[in-house]
Write a protein that binds this ligand. Structure first.
Ligand SMILES: Nc1ncnc2c1ncn2[C@@H]1O[C@H](COP(=O)(O)OP(=O)(O)OP(=O)(O)O)[C@@H](O)[C@H]1O
Length: 323
């Protein structure tokens, strides 16, 4: 499980701190695929980096923390912000955005696998034993073991993405974080990657966190999801509930803009633009784009509240005829 405990982060810039994650507080459970959605620049990648403990200048944690806990091979573990990196690969792994370009193009894949396996993993005594296990694992994932002798530049983008996912899951981590795993791939390859992630999650019974701006990806793959807007979590719940009955006005607009089979009604975009994080408006950050915003919305920041069991939203209009 990952507990995100009132986390706020910022980036230090020459014009002062840019607050990107604002008091985000929720839990991601064991054995689920959790999605994080929202427009470009709302802080999805920043949150994922914090989850993976890549907190390096210019990113700063202003307050709050993360706790990664669980059980592996009969032993319980718990790591907080600042310690999570000690358990990279073993208990948590990360498929970064544009992952296809993180592989060194001129190093054979087998060396990249060997370099990624933590030195303390003593399950395989020799290099040959480790490579045999990697080859078997690739076969389990319907990938050819011959890939181990290939160089990344010889592979297509979709194949490189599959290899990265294999690398990230080889140690059976309790949590796998994937940032935009299907962006820049054609729809057929996208589907293959999504199926692979779903199959792996079922097999490992672990937690997968998928960041995507594409609501279609969340609909197909995730069990629960969080909607981010301008650095805050504005809605959280089961994915099917969010699509069937969105609560927050922003989520309603996001879901309403999606095409549906048989629905011929004209689709409209969300008016306006997200606020600049360098100079956000007071009160609810969505208020300038919300047709139902009131004086209260423009003055005070709404807190994320439990609207129904397991359903959370941050909006002053809840129970006031608006949401
Ligand atoms: N190194 C940095 N220095 C200053 N500001 C940054 C830095 N990295 C990100 N930001 C700012 O933080 C905000 C959130 O960025 P982030 O990459 O987390 O958003 P995102 O939702 O993942 O967007 P995208 O979908 O485009 O990747 C953006 O406004 C961005 O300009």
């Amino acid at each position: 499980m990952i507990k995100i405990d009132h986390l706020s982060t910022s980036y230090s810039t020459i014009s002062g701190p840019v607050h990107v994650i604002n008091d985000v507080d929720f839990e991601i459970y064991d054995n689920e695929i959790f999605g994080i959605a929202g427009e470009s620049g709302c802080g999805k990648t920043t949150l994922l980096k914090a989850l993976y403990d890549i907190i390096e200048f210019p990113m700063v944690v202003d307050s709050g923390k993360l706790i990664l806990s669980g059980e592996k091979y009969g032993k319980t573990f718990s790591y907080e912000t600042g310690q999570i990196r000690k358990t990279w690969w073993n208990n948590i792994s990360y498929v970064p955005q544009a992952a296809q370009s993180v592989l060194n193009p001129i190093v054979p894949l087998k060396n990249q696998f060997l370099d990624s396996i933590p030195k303390e993993d003593k399950r395989y005594k020799t290099k040959e034993q480790t490579l045999k296990r990697v080859a078997d694992y690739l076969e389990e994932l319907s990938l050819s073991p011959d890939l181990l002798n290939a160089y990344p530049f010889q592979l297509s983008g979709g194949m490189r993405q599959r290899v990265i996912i294999a690398l990230a899951t080889f140690m059976s981590p309790n949590v796998v974080l994937a940032d935009e795993p299907t962006t820049a791939l054609d729809v057929v390859v996208q589907r293959g990657i999504l199926m692979m992630l779903m199959r792996l999650q079922k097999q490992l019974k672990n937690t997968m966190v998928i960041v995507s701006h594409d609501m279609g990806v969340h609909y197909q793959v995730t069990d629960r999801m969080g909607i981010m807007y301008s650095g805050s979590l504005v809605e959280l719940g089961k994915t099917e509930d969010i699509f069937e009955k969105p609560i927050h006005p922003y989520t309603k607009m996001l879901v309403g803009a999606l095409p549906r089979v048989g629905d011929k009604s004209p689709k409209t975009g969300i008016p306006g633009r997200p606020p600049a994080l360098t100079n956000p408006p007071a009160g609810c950050r969505f208020a300038p784009r919300c047709q139902r915003a009131t004086e209260e919305c423009r003055k005070s920041v709404p807190k994320l509240q439990e609207v129904e069991p397991g359903r959370f939203a941050a909006c002053h209009l809840i129970n006031k005829n608006g949401c």
